[in-house]
Structures are given as C-alpha cells and as structure tokens.
Design a protein around this ligand. Structure first.
Ligand code: AMP
Ligand code: GLY
Length: 423
C-alpha cells in the first residue's frame, strides 16, 4: 500500500523507518518530510497545516493510509478532513485530539473520571487567576490551555513570579490564543516517565516506557526545549507502577473519552509523574513523543502498519504488541545556541557510519541537502539512537555514535540517561 506520513521531525523519520520495514508498504510519501526521511520516502513541500493540499496530494498519489505525526494538524482536524475524503487515517479526530489541544479540557476530564492528576483550577479571567494566587502555596504551575510548542508551562516559585506569569500568558498573550484560558495547578515532585500507547477507541495497548530530557543543559539546567534526548525503558517504571496505571489511568482515559462522545483512535502519550502518593498524569499528548519515538519505535517487534490498521479498524485487542528485551538511548545533536538563536547551513559528516552498524540509527530533525551534502537546517539537527543489552550499554553506544557525526556548531547534552545510575 501507499503510505503518507505528515510531519518533518525525528519522530516522523522513526515512523518512516518502521513503515519502510513493513511488508505491507509499497511506497512512502512524506509532507513535508526532511532530508533524512527522503531516504525512505518521496517528500513533498506541503506544510502540515495545508489541509487542502495534503488531501489533494493523498488523492493524486493514491495513498491508502495516512499517519499524522504532529500535534498541530491533529488538533486542527486534519484527520477529519482526510476521512471525509475517504482516506484511511491514523490519528485522533479533532474532537478527540482536544485531549492534547486543551489542558483545561484534559484536567476536567481527569477530575470527572477520577484519574489521578495534580489539583488545579481553570481560569478564563486573569483577575480571578490573580486573586486565586493570593491564597496559593508555592511553587505553583501555570499552563497555557492550548498548544505552545511545549513552552506554555511556567513553574513559579513566588507570588510575584506567578503574577508575572499570568500576565505573560493571559494579557501579553506570549503563547498567542493558547493563553485565552489557563490552568493553575499544584506543583508535584517525583520522577517523570513517558508511556506511549496505541488506542483503537476501546482497547489500549501501552508501549515500552521512556524518559525525555527537556532542558537544554546538563544537569537539567537552561531553557526548556523540544527534547534533548531519551532513554527506554525507564527503570523507574516498575511492575507496581505499571499495574497502578493500568488500573487507574490508561483504560480509564480511553473509557472517559468514549463516554464523552470523543472516542480516541491513535497514540495517547501519557506524561506521568511518579509522586509519593503514586503515579499522576502531568499531561496527555495525542501523538508519539519526539524524541520518545526515536527510542521506542526501534525496539518495537510488530509491523507498525499492522498495528496502525488495527487501531483504525477497532481490532487492537487481537494485536500482541511486543518490544525487544533490550534498551535504547537517543542523544539529540543540536545547533549551539538552541533553543534561542543558532546558525545553520553547516555541512554534516559521518552519517555513513550508521549504515555499517546494526542497532544504530540517525534520525534527522533539522537537515537539508545542499549539493549532495547534508547540512544543518534547524535547532535540533539529528537524533542519534543506539541499542544495547541494557541502558548502560545503550548509553555508551549512543555517545560513541554521537562522535561519528560532526558539524561546525554541534551541541549535545552529556548526561542523557544519567538517571539510570540512580535506579
Ligand atoms: P507539560 O507540557 O504539561 O508536560 O509540562 C512540561 C513540564 O513541566 C513537565 O514535563 C514537567 O517537568 C513540568 N511540570 C508540568 N506540570 C507540573 C506539575 N504539576 N508539577 C511539577 N512539574 C510540572
Ligand atoms: N518529548 C515530548 C513531546 O513530544 O511532547
């Protein structure tokens, strides 16, 4: 079959890698894709929010299945548009993607269905938010309701900081219309774990766990980024934690969405905090994580197309989802200065090494081809993933592979997966 992937990051590269392995796939297209994805797919320069063009492209290329990787088009309703045109699509419809698209919605859902999460209040009126803060405990967490490139969350240590935060989100509209409403919630402490899952509207099958590193600098310092590296599985995601989440979080979320008349089909990403009172939901995403997908998908034994089709057809209960009994670490190679200001256009060398080594992957995020060479074209440039028999070995392998690749302003964190030493 012909498969179209919508997106342009390392996540979509990992999806394309899996789709290319599938016996069911004849031809892969990607909009807009990137220079690395072009190894497996014919990329077309159509933006992820250009819905009409995507639908027309899918029809023209006789696409049998679309996989939407990114959050913006999901929340904007791309799946609905493709389905209306008779094209099979993997991902939640607009009325279900709201699980990620509105934090106020997801908090209310959790409250209504008793799914463990931080205590909170939603606000549409900045004055009410400001007076609520007067009686709050600090630190406290402010969240813009809508999508804000992962930047709409402010952790405030004092009343002054929090007041300033409300002003930035609701009055200055620092995150645009994402700040028309906001959530103010209790600050939680604990280990964070990401669990991705496949969902067919009724059945949920969770994938192996992972952990992201969101801050730019070593030791979790510096600004928040899209993610500087991941490891999988998380040693902190124990059998006990998993059993708790099975009982109180995963199926409960799927059932809640169904009960609300918003059946969810696609990937639910559970951002969990393992607190002293037990696991709680930090956030939901309605798609694979990036760079979580870069460590989770290479470890998946199943044919991704079969699993995705089962989600669409409602037959996920018949799928035996399996992951390799090993580990993977992904180190993001970024441009010095990311996420603020950085130069691009530098030639990248060493990429051929990945073809010579089994269990090593280089997923492209911000690259482009220039005169037959790969050059840097973004803040996050590449995700270097390596497997190993355990996390320690995977980490050593990933950092060794990170040295194969060179470009002028290469920057990476040196402590991805360091937490595993404390497990
Ligand atoms: P989110 O986009 O909601 O996942 O938030 C981004 C990051 O902010 C999370 O990965 C956490 O590190 C942090 N965070 C969000 N909510 C809370 C909370 N209630 N308590 C502590 N940290 C939080
Ligand atoms: N890595 C976090 C995310 O994809 O939202």
């Amino acid at each position: 079959m012909n498969v179209l992937i919508v997106g342009s990051g390392g996540r979509e590269h990992a999806i394309a890698y899996c789709a290319a392995k599938s016996e069911k796939t004849d031809k892969i297209y990607c909009t807009p894709g990137n220079a690395g994805i072009a190894e497996y797919a014919e990329c077309a320069p159509i933006g992820a929010m250009e819905f009409d063009k995507i639908v027309a492209f899918a029809k023209e290329k006789e696409v049998d299945l679309v996989i939407v990787g990114m959050d913006d088009p999901l929340v904007g309703g791309l799946v609905d548009e493709l389905e209306a045109a008779g094209i099979r699509t993997f991902g939640p419809r607009k009325n279900a993607a709201i699980l990620e698209g509105s934090k106020a919605f997801s908090k209310d859902l959790m409250k209504k269905y008793n799914i463990p999460t931080a205590a909170y209040e939603n606000f549409t009126d900045p004055d009410k938010a400001l007076s609520y803060l007067e009686t709050s405990k600090f630190p406290i967490v402010l969240k813009a309701d809508g999508l804000a490139l992962g930047k709409g969350v402010l952790i405030c240590n004092t009343l002054e900081e929090a007041k300033q935060g409300v002003k930035e989100i609701m009055l200055d509209k620092k995150f645009g219309s994402a700040g028309n409403e906001m959530v103010i919630e209790e600050f939680m402490t604990g280990r964070e774990v990401s669990v991705l899952s496949f969902v067919d509207g009724n059945t949920i099958k969770t994938m192996t766990s992972a952990q992201d590193h969101k801050r730019a600098g070593d030791g979790d310092t510096g600004l928040n980024t899209g993610g500087m590296g991941t490891f999988s599985p998380s040693p902190f995601y124990t059998k006990e934690v998993e059993e708790f989440c099975n009982k109180y979080i995963y199926q409960a979320t799927v059932d809640a969405m169904k009960a609300e008349g918003r059946p969810f089909k696609g990937v639910i990403f559970f951002g969990l905090m393992l607190t002293e009172e037990g696991p709680k939901v930090l956030e939901y995403n309605a798609r694979f994580g990036d760079p979580e997908a870069q460590v989770v998908l290479p470890r998946m034994k199943n044919d991704i197309i079969e699993v995705v089709e089962a989600c669409i057809d409602g037959t996920l209960d018949q799928v035996d989802l399996q992951f390799e009994d090993n580990a993977a670490v992904c180190v993001v190679l970024a441009s010095e200065g990311y996420p603020v200001r950085y130069d691009k256009g530098f030639q990248i060398t060493g990429l051929d090494e990945f073809k010579k080594h089994e269990g090593y992957y280089c997923f492209h995020a911000g690259t482009r081809l220039e005169d037959g060479h790969f050059v840097t074209n973004g803040g996050r440039v590449l995700g270097v993933t390596a497997k190993g028999k355990d996390l320690k070995e995977a980490r050593a392998n990933a950092y060794a592979a990170a040295e194969w690749v060179q470009f002028a302003n290469k920057y990476m964190r040196h402590d991805i997966g360091k937490a595993i030493d404390e497990a």
